[in-house]
Design a protein around this ligand. Sequence first.
Ligand SMILES: Nc1ncnc2c1ncn2[C@@H]1O[C@H](COP(=O)(O)OP(=O)(O)O)[C@@H](O)[C@H]1O
Ligand SMILES: [Mg+2]
Length: 267
Amino acid sequence: MAFLEVKNIQKSFGETKVLRGIDFTMERGEVVAIIGSSGGGKTTFLRCLNFLETPNGGTITVDGDEIFNAAVTYTDAETREKRLRFGLVFQSFNLFPQYTARENIAMPLYLRRAEALSRETGVRRLPRAQKHELQEAARAAADDLLKNVGLAEKAGLYPHQLSGGQCQRVAIARALALSPDILCFDEPTSALDPELTGEVLRVIRDLRRDGHTMIIVTHEMEFARSVADHVVFMAGGIIEEEGTPAEIFDHPTSEALRAFLHKETEF
Ligand SMILES: Nc1ncnc2c1ncn2[C@@H]1O[C@H](COP(=O)(O)OP(=O)(O)O)[C@@H](O)[C@H]1O
Ligand SMILES: [Mg+2]
């Protein structure tokens, strides 16, 4: 069984069928790039994996654990637990403007650990000293993560004091803080000025080197070719074609993929 198995994921918004049966597998440590024209359902697919949308049909299994089945109703606690398998880095960073870089990372980590501890111990309100200890540990972890994305010096700055590339690196560190099995990126550089994309792509390359399992939606074709083990072309709510970077970029078979690549590479 593959590390991630997605079977027949379907999602409609009202009458509009956005995902029309996505079947998808990947192995641990693999990097998959998803490409395709706007409106093809790429973001919706990542949002389904991250439990930000509830699919109308299908199943999602990670490491043998069925984390989603459209036929099953889950409690909020179950959903919170299962969603931790995935992390998502958004196109527009989604940092909290009122928190520093450090707090943006430490806060969700603290909340997560406090919740886990409450559940383990059966104590609903943690004692002050214990809260303090957890907060300090979360801040220290945040500083380590910031160092890993080259932002040790910026821990105390607010998002408005950081460049777009720096904000996105904070967002990546925040997603990593919860140790997801699979890290997803939704066009991580498309909101950035061209001169800032390099620093973000470099961080993603480092994550690949460290063995992270990643799904990257991107319109940077050269990046997709060089970073991905496997490339998926989505169009009209289905996977139209998939293969190695060489197969997809050098030997596209479907007319839709050929047309897409032609459009992407012209000026
Ligand atoms: N919350 C929503 N309500 C209604 N339609 C939506 C919603 N989210 C996405 N869609 C529609 O689903 C289609 C696919 O969107 P999306 O997943 O964002 O594609 P992509 O990321 O490939 O551009 C689009 O036609 C979009 O308008
Ligand atoms: Mg999108």
